[in-house]
Every structure is written in structure tokens, then in C-alpha cells.
Design a protein around this ligand. Structure first.
Ligand code: AQP
Length: 332
């Protein structure tokens, strides 16, 4: 099949169950059908929480290990880190000149991440959706498999591509399409069913990390917030965000429909359900964790994977960035 797939995660912390179910699991299937590029978007990781240099380096290796452990095959897909190809930031500047500030002002993720004092948020955090557009458009990407939270940024990337194409009356940029998995598109926090599971959670019990031990998974699921209503009535799930999230995670991991999970779990009490859920999560996470730990023992191998990925990605972008500059009218 034709078309390029591009996606990425920020190495702003350890990858979690939300990243896996909402994005990476999909990538594993797509790599057999399309030319696939999976980036470690390290330039985003410095937009908000400032990590130390050693933390950032370690997160980049951990993310590369997690990609491979989840099933991304470096022989089939390109795995590289964004900061190694300067065309990403170069195109971001160019596209920024075709992006009205009003479009960026509408981005809800900036509003969420900037917090109450927006004046103190970095310019990088504000303009990050333009860099994301550059990442995608640089590779003439057709499909972008992401979680639900990235929908608005993808819409912006499409608008920027159309603005550029229309200005020069050329169809240079491929208009990318979003691929979102319905049920896994927004895995919520274990402590608050109305906030998404995230790498920088307010409590370590909100999130199942891909490197959590089995004991820690049991503990986190055991402490997951529930409510005082008995049973798992499918009809009332909408009003029970925490239970709905736990049932949804069970459904995605077991490939059973949500109503079937409710029917099955209605036979048991909450403690039993949590035990079943923890076992199911462990059956998926445990082999991934083991492989992450194995891969991290040999950083030079991971470094070689990233370097080879960078070389392959550079071959694609070199020609494209020249063509874009030519279209704009730069003398090169
Ligand atoms: N909770 C989630 N449910 C489903 N999908 C999710 N994704 C992230 N969280 C969930 C998807 O994972 C991919 C990588 O996301 P990211 O790491 O680049 O960015 P993020 O959305 O900012 O992740 P975090 O965990 O919330 O990080 P912090 O806390 O550092 O900001 C994307 O496809 C995303 O949709």
C-alpha cells in the first residue's frame, strides 16, 4: 500500500499504558502496511518541564527501547530522534510564516499546559504545533496514528499545508489524515477519570508505566479510584468516569466489547475485578518491561539504531526541504 505513516512520542518521561494503547500498538500493525517513521520528538521535551541533560538523554534511550520492546522493528520502520535532523526546525520556521497567530491561539493543549500564568510559558510551548506540522509534512506523510488529544494539532497541520499549497497554487504538501483508535484514543488517569493518563501526573498512582514491576501494577490498580455504586451496569458507565476508564482498559486489552466486559464482571465485586484487570495489564506490560530492561543494558546498540534511523530519515528530507525553499523563492 502507498503512503507514509509518521508519529512520535515525547521523551518527557517514561512511556505509559496510554501511549501504548493510544498510539504505539497501532504503529506496530501499520509498519507492515506502510513506509513508517517513528520519531522520538525530543525537541518537544524541553518546551515545558525542563529536564536535566542526563534525564533527557536517559529518556531518549528509554523511549527507543520502549518502541522496540512494544514491537517496532528497526528493520521495517525508521526510528530516530527529531533533534538530529535540523530540517524539522528549519521547516517549522518556514511554516510559521504561513500560520496566523489566531490559529495557534485556539490550541487547547497550550492553554492546559501553560497553566494559569500564560506570560511565563515558553515560546516553544506556544509554537510547538507548528513544529509538529513540520515533522509530519517534511516526510509527505499520509497517515498520522495518534491519541485523541492530538486531533486539534493534526487539524492545524492540515490547515497549514493547505495554506501553503493554496498560496503557491501547487499541491506540494500531502494533506495528512489522522488515525485514531476509537476505544483506546483516550486512556484516563487511574486517580481521576476526567483527566488523561499522562507522563507528568500529579500522583505516581495515576499512571501505569511500561517499566512498572508486576507488584507496582497490582498496587496501582488496587489504589485506582472507584465510586460507591455497586456493579458494572453498562447503561450507567457514562456517569462513572473512573469505572468507565477501568472497564475500557480491560476491554481494549482483552479485545472484548465494553458491554461484554460489564456483563462478565457483574458477577464479581470490585476487588475481584481489579485483580482480573491487574493480571491482564501485567500479561501485556511484563514482557515489554523485560525487553526494555534488556535493551537498556546495551546503550550502544540503541545508539546505532537511532543513528541508522537518522541516516534513512535524512535521505528523505534533504530533497524535500530543498524543493520547499525553491518553491518559496530562496536562492540556494
Ligand atoms: N492517555 C492517553 N490515551 C491515549 N493516547 C495517549 N497519548 C498520550 N497520552 C494518551 C498518545 O501517545 C502519543 C505520544 O504522546 P506524547 O508523549 O508525545 O505527548 P503527550 O500527549 O503530551 O503525552 P503525555 O503523557 O501527556 O506527556 P506529558 O505529561 O509530558 O505532556 C500521542 O499520539 C498521544 O496522543
Amino acid at each position: 500500500m502507498t503512503g507514509v505513516v509518521f508519529s512520535g512520542t515525547q521523551p518527557s518521561g517514561v512511556l505509559h499504558l496510554g501511549n501504548y494503547l493510544g498510539a504505539i500498538k497501532q504503529w506496530v500493525t501499520l509498519q507492515d502496511k506502510y513506509k513508517s517513521i517513528f520519531c522520538i520528538v525530543d525537541l518537544y521535551a524541553i518546551t515545558a518541564n525542563k529536564l536535566s541533560a542526563s534525564e533527557l538523554k536517559s529518556n531518549i534511550f528509554k523511549t527507543a527501547a520502549a518502541y522496540i520492546a512494544c514491537g517496532i522493528d528497526p528493520e521495517k520502520s525508521i526510528i530516530f530522534n527529531q533533534s538530529t535532523i535540523s530540517s524539522h526546525t528549519e521547516l517549522s520556521w518556514l511554516l510559521g510564516c504561513y500560520t496566523p497567530v489566531g490559529w495557534l491561539n485556539r490550541m487547547t493543549q497550550f492553554k492546559d499546559k501553560a497553566g494559569s500564568d500564560k506570560q511565563k510559558a515558553s515560546l516553544g510551548l506556544y509554537s510547538y504545533p507548528v513544529l509538529m506540522a513540520a515533522d509530519i509534512l517534511l516526510y509527505r506523510t499520509k497517515y498520522v496514528p495518534v491519541g485523541d488529544d492530538q486531533k486539534q494539532h493534526l487539524e492545524l497541520a492540515r490547515d497549514i499545508a493547505l495554506a501553503f499549497n493554496n498560496h503557491y497554487k501547487l499541491g506540494h504538501f500531502v494533506i495528512p489524515e489522522i488515525l485514531v483508535l476509537d476505544h483506546a484514543s483516550r486512556i484516563m488517569s487511574l486517580r481521576d477519570g476526567t483527566s488523561k493518563m499522562s507522563k507528568s501526573p500529579p500522583s505516581e498512582y495515576s499512571c501505569i508505566n511500561l517499566d512498572d514491576t508486576d507488584d507496582l501494577i497490582v498496587k496501582k490498580v488496587g489504589k485506582a479510584k472507584t465510586d460507591s455504586i455497586l456493579g458494572f451496569d453498562f447503561a450507567t458507565l457514562k456517569c462513572r468516569p473512573e469505572i468507565s476508564n477501568l472497564i475500557n482498559i480491560y476491554s481494549v486489552l482483552s479485545n472484548l466489547d465494553v458491554d461484554k466486559v460489564c456483563e462478565e464482571m457483574n458477577k464479581y465485586d470490585m476487588q475481584h475485578f481489579k485483580g482480573e484487570l491487574a493480571d491482564l495489564i501485567i500479561s501485556v506490560i511484563s514482557p515489554i518491561r523485560e525487553e526494555i530492561n534488556d535493551l537498556l543494558k546495551d546503550q550502544s546498540h540503541l545508539y546505532r539504531v537511532l543513528k541508522k534511523g537518522t541516516e534513512k530519515a535524512a535521505e528523505i528530507v534533504g530533497h524535500n526541504i530543498k524543493e520547499i525553499k525553491n518553491i518559496i523563492g530562496f536562492v540556494q
